[in-house]
Write a protein that binds this ligand. Structure first.
Ligand SMILES: Nc1nc2c(ncn2[C@@H]2O[C@H](COP(=O)(O)OP(=O)(O)OP(=O)(O)O)[C@@H](O)[C@H]2O)c(=O)[nH]1
Ligand SMILES: [Mg+2]
Length: 468
């Protein structure tokens, strides 16, 4: 931490907008000397005498040479993102101008910011906790309404305040136990064991719910891997095209048309689904198809949702049964799609398929009848896809864990709490209980950054972009 404190004395500079030509680029300076450094190359009002949150027009001068006509925004400590003095220079976005201005600031005493260093300072100066700082990166990376909403909720502190409450309860608990330790000789119990137990049970339940929310949180953040699989000619590629409403994949009446996997993103109600059209599964007729089929199986094993498509007109109950038996696997939700319903002249076949599912002994799998070619029931299928992946878990303001680091810390917290519970039941002495509670507190603290190491911070912030 000393290293970080020392590094914080310096004023840092970086381009805050993307590289490349554009109307405007924003160069950001942060640190004690940010305003005086900017002022030393400035022709305009004396920046050191201006109020916070004001904008000034003027020129950046390299000696007598004018570099650009710019606007400068001033944020005087502590009312800024980093809680330090911050100056943002809006200049013309030419690579040459940007580089010249940054070089000039470095000549005047600033240094180049490392990735995420502005946000690191915001964290070290108490503007954000660690999970909020991580949400900044998530927000920048968000690419759907749902992922943006989850990141924003985390940035605004929803998750942090929930963890804070849990921590406070545990701290109270720990101090009662400590008190007992102080009076060990007298054999008193300040903390009512039943109440303690109830408290730990409640906290463990909340932590358990947070752990469970990761599956959905991760799906929202990364998108849901959704594989479309089935026998050759079932209409998988036609279905992909119908879902995307675009002729993306080649469709033909020849079985074995799709050989490689085709991936496209479909957004349903704010959630991104990564649709993967695959080679039809059968005994391959040549080496290339064989690779395609292998790839299909690989993609299925990595998916969260499997859309199994079959030709409702052609398939036999035996084929259906053997397909389902070989494709079902734990952890992968499955949707059954009976395609080519336009070819089912009478309801007989449809009834026989439904009858098959009633009597097959397979777990109750719902089938949706569609025609990919005629685009019948495609919207119903989209609702089903959304419903299967999201279930009824997305209630709005419930906290979702989206970060694997948080998940791991929560899992370790849960383990420690389970040891505490076991300890209370087994009448373990207060000092052991106290140790496990401290561990739980430690892991919870890692999420918000109440407990940190330089390595941890390095690891988190090095993944940020420069200028953030
Ligand atoms: N009548 C009818 N034909 C369909 C329907 N969906 C697909 N087809 C036809 O079925 C044939 C195969 O369609 P594809 O989408 O290429 O099938 P696939 O499952 O991708 O086949 P492979 O890539 O070979 O595994 C094409 O001739 C499609 O026009 C449908 O809903 N109704
Ligand atoms: Mg295909």
């Amino acid at each position: 931490m000393d290293n970080l404190k020392h590094a914080q004395q310096e004023t840092i500079v970086a381009l805050a907008t993307p590289n490349g030509i554009g109307a405007i680029a924003v160069i950001r300076l942060s640190g004690m000397d940010a305003i005086s450094i900017a002022n030393s190359v400035w022709k305009g009002k004396d920046l050191t005498k201006q109020a916070s949150h004001t904008i000034h027009f003027g020129h950046i001068m390299d000696g007598d040479l004018m570099l650009d006509e710019v606007l400068v925004s001033l944020f005087v400590a502590p009312k800024s993102y980093t809680r330090e003095n911050v100056v943002e220079i809006s200049c013309h976005a030419s690579g040459y101008i940007i580089e010249s201005i940054i070089k000039l600031f470095i000549k005047k005493g600033a240094r180049s910011a490392k990735p995420g260093e502005f946000t690191l300072r915001a964290f070290l100066n108490g503007q954000l906790d660690l999970s909020q700082a991580e949400a900044v990166a998530d927000l920048i990376a968000s690419n759907s309404k749902a992922s943006q909403q989850v990141a924003l909720q985390q940035l605004r502190g929803g998750f942090s305040s929930q963890l804070q409450t849990l921590r406070e309860q545990l701290v109270n608990f720990a101090s009662l136990i400590e008190l007992e330790l102080d009076f060990a000789e007298e054999d008193v119990e300040f903390a009512n064991r039943d109440q303690l137990k109830q408290l730990i049970v409640d906290i463990t339940r909340i932590i358990g719910r947070l752990i469970q929310s990761f599956e959905l949180g991760n799906a929202i953040k990364q998108g849901v891997n959704t594989v479309i699989a089935g026998r050759p000619n079932a209409g998988k590629s036609t279905l992909l095209n119908a879902l995307l409403n675009e002729e993306r994949a080649i469709v033909s009446h020849i079985p074995g048309t799709t050989r490689d996997t085709i991936e496209e993103v479909l957004n349903i109600q704010g959630i991104n689904f990564r649709l993967i059209d695959t080679a039809g599964i059968r005994e391959a007729t040549d080496a290339i198809e064989q690779i395609g089929v292998q790839r299909t199986m690989e993609k299925i094993s990595q998916s969260a949702l499997l859309i199994y498509v079959f030709d409702a007109e052609q398939i036999s109950p035996e084929e259906l049964k053997s397909d389902l038996e070989s494709l079902q696997s734990p952890g992968i939700a499955m949707l059954l799609v009976a395609n080519k319903m336009d070819l089912l002249q009478q309801d007989k076949k449809r009834e026989s398929i439904q009858e098959f599912f009633r009597t097959s002994g397979l777990p109750d799998l719902q089938t949706i009848f569609i025609s990919a070619k005629e685009k019948l029931h495609i919207d119903d299928l989209k609702n089903k896809i959304y419903g299967t992946a999201i279930k009824d878990q997305l209630s709005g303001d419930e906290t979702l864990v989206t970060n694997i680091r948080h998940l791991e810390a929560l899992q370790k917290t849960e383990e420690a709490l389970i040891r505490v519970l076991g300890g209370i039941d087994g009448s373990i002495t207060s000092d052991f209980l106290s140790m496990d509670i401290k561990q739980a507190l430690h892991y919870l603290g890692e999420i918000t950054g109440a407990v940190t190491t330089d390595d941890l911070l390095d690891n988190i912030f090095s993944k940020f972009c420069i200028g953030k």
